[in-house]
Design a protein around this ligand. Sequence first.
Ligand code: BG6
Length: 459
Amino acid sequence: MNEARSDALAFFGATGDLAYKKIFPALHAMARRGHLNFPVIGVAKSGWNLDQLRARARDSIKNHGGGVEEEAFAVLLKHLDYVDGDYRDDATYAELRRKLGKATHPAHYLAIPPSLFATVVEGLARSGCAKNARLIVEKPFGRDLPSARELNRIIHTVFPEDDVYRIDHYLGKEPVQNLLLFRFANTFLEPIWNRNYVDSVQITMAESFGVQGRGTFYEEAGAIRDVVQNHMLQVVGFLAMEPPVTTYHESIRDEQVKVFRAIRPLNPEDLVRGQFEGYRKEHGVAPNSTVETFAAVRLHIDSWRWEDVPFFIRAGKCLPVTTTEVLVTLKRPPLRKVGDTNYFRFRLSPEVIIAVGSQVKRPGEQWGTESTELKVVQNAQGDQMDPYERLLSDAMAGDGMLFAREDAVEAAWAVVQPILGDVTPVHEYKPGTWGPPQAERLTQDVGGWHDPEQLSDMM
Ligand code: BG6
């Protein structure tokens, strides 16, 4: 780990969607905390000037950053600068180098399509901007295993792996980090967290909205590339990993990648794909598109701890609710004939819930049990950091723990590689349902899918 703090941030794609929705709000939040004390230089080819970028920043923070705090915003404006130029033109990088001023250890954030990575990485190298620099890159990191390898090769021609920060914003989410801490900071959990006690694990990432005008992007992605290969597998990694040791910094990422390598590459039999009715009419979507907006998979982890424990992932657009939830179901106790099984339920968003499903005596004469949940609900509050603020701060500080490492990205692609494309039919489902009924067969041996509810329905 290279510990020197970056002393400037350049972000490419400054006038784009990601900067608008995530990067400006994160910079504003850093300013609010007193952590924004370095030049921030937006780069784009839009024919804009700095005033236009400033206006865009204000608008972004108003709409996506919870409102503008004038004092913090003034700090951001003080540090914000802009280079308008073509990514293929050396003059763009010469101007960037000039604006980096005295910075000797800049970070460059590529919030641009991967097809432009090579051009920008080479431009940074030719101009001297890459010297002692870090590179932050956004997902999608490739569209399959060969393209991810090629991207890594291109990046490594200039930036060594230690200086590369691949963002998977799920790793920046506190409730996702909590999975790891909850597992390893509590004595009661670890002894039962294995094939002897765990019956199955399910993760559902449900979104009640569609592709929100991103039809063109989504046509290139689909649910497997968009969220299963990255966000969902990261969650599996945290749920399934061995305890990391505390003697060296890379141990969490080492354990994470060991899980990905232990997952059997997915077989089409373990996949059900769906597409919501109406997707083909979305702007930018082919009228005969077979891209999936829903994917359900059954994973097998070939490890000592998890052999024969099925892990299920289900992710989809236009489902009944927007929430991500993990359910870890335990085996039945011996001699028990009635009642449900025990489980741990972790809701990762929008609220944070940790719940334990238990059996208690049913009040009254009868000698029977009923199910109850011991539950803690934490609403997003207090000092909680937005994932992008967390990740940007970590990258500037040179802490790579919450970023996807080269070997992990490639191992995750290797898991989904056999199910990319039209390897199975895509089944249509009605918006507002839990996807195509065909997905039921995957979980039939473990009592079916667990459908997360709206929180208001459960209180
Ligand atoms: C993104 C996907 O990576 O994650 C989107 O491209 C998805 O399709 C989003 O909606 C979900 O993130 P969050 O933080 O809103 O749960």
